[in-house]
Ligand binder design. Structure first.
Ligand code: NDP
Length: 273
């Protein structure tokens, strides 16, 4: 299966779908990643905070793919923000992942007061060729503006909570203007009510797809990258089988209208610490 790609603002190519690993632990994480790679995923999203980098590392080492066939993202945790601590945290993540070069490193949350120093360390690692692209997560336009005034590399990616019941319109618009790719985290609303919304169910029946497939196809139609997670081999395969249909303009508009529900599953970056 060939997966569509996007080109980041530094010319690095990224698959439009990756496999999310939050809450996947130990051997079950290893097994889910193995299933994902067998189903055709070439990209994995992890984070220090998920406490599974070691299992991600083992799974990608054992999967039989060449390193250049895979695109691996990890994230710097809040407690590690700061210049020196970022360099140390990166080393530790790379040891656990058993990698020499990382594809994408993200600041997990903006936090308060330290992301400029953190970014300086990430720029150093990027300039040394140890990371192919650097980005952020949960950054609002005011965070991105502050970063741009104090740095030379524009983030390649901003990973934001995004699903049919939540659109961070201002942040998405700002990212589009700046050439920053938006990745939808919890694209399936973390398994919650969007998957059984009556409008999405109606659309899914019309296209003879599942609600998860409709939601992922809709995200991609809106220019976002998606990183769905599942621990079930059948759903893992279902979630990547989303490229053989096209939603009509009207159906896209009906899903877009659900954003008025404005429900977050995770913290609000304005207040999360
Ligand atoms: P998703 O939105 O991907 O939803 C996952 C949940 O939906 C699981 O409970 C899963 O259950 C269920 N599910 C998956 N596929 C289907 C399907 N086809 N039909 C029905 N149910 C399904 O959740 P996440 O919150 O994990 O977000 C995705 C990824 O985003 C994370 O894993 C992580 O990598 C990243 N993330 C980043 C954050 C950040 O701050 N940057 C924050 C949160 C997440 P089951 O396993 O039983 O299939």
């Amino acid at each position: 299966m060939s997966i569509p790609t996007k080109v980041l603002n530094n010319t690095v190519t990224i698959p439009v779908i990756g496999f999310g690993t939050w809450q996947l632990k130990g051997d079950s994480c290893y097994e889910s990643i193995t299933n994902a790679i067998n189903a055709g995923y070439t990209s994995i999203d992890t984070a220090k905070a998920y406490d599974n980098e070691e299992y991600v590392g083992r799974a990608i080492k054992d999967c039989g793919k060449k390193r250049e066939e895979l695109f691996i993202t990890t994230k710097l945790w809040n407690a590690d923000q700061g210049y020196e601590s970022t360099l140390r945290a990166f080393d530790l993540s790379m040891q656990k992942l058993q990698l020499d070069v990382l594809d994408l490193y993200l600041i997990h949350w903006p936090g308060k007061g330290r992301f400029v120093d953190t970014w300086r360390a990430m720029e150093k690692l990027y300039n040394e060729g140890l990371i192919r692209a650097i980005g952020v997560s949960n950054f609002m336009p005011y965070h991105l503006l502050e970063l741009s005034k104090n740095s030379s590399v524009i983030p390649a990616v901003n990973q934001l909570e995004s699903h049919p019941f939540l659109k961070q319109q201002e942040a998405e618009d700002y990212c589009k203007e700046q050439g920053i790719l938006v990745e939808a985290w919890s694209p399936l609303m973390s398994g919650k009510t969007a998957l059984s919304d009556p409008i999405i169910e109606e659309i899914a029946a019309k296209y003879k797809r599942t609600t998860a497939q409709v939601i992922l196809n809709w995200h991609i139609s809106q220019g976002r990258r998606v990183i769905p997670r599942s621990s079930n081999a059948q759903r893992i395969a279902e979630n990547i089988d989303v490229f053989s249909f096209e939603l009509s303009v009207d159906d896209i508009a009906r899903i877009n209208a659900l954003a008025s529900k404005n429900v977050r599953t995770g913290p609000n970056p304005d207040v999360y610490f």
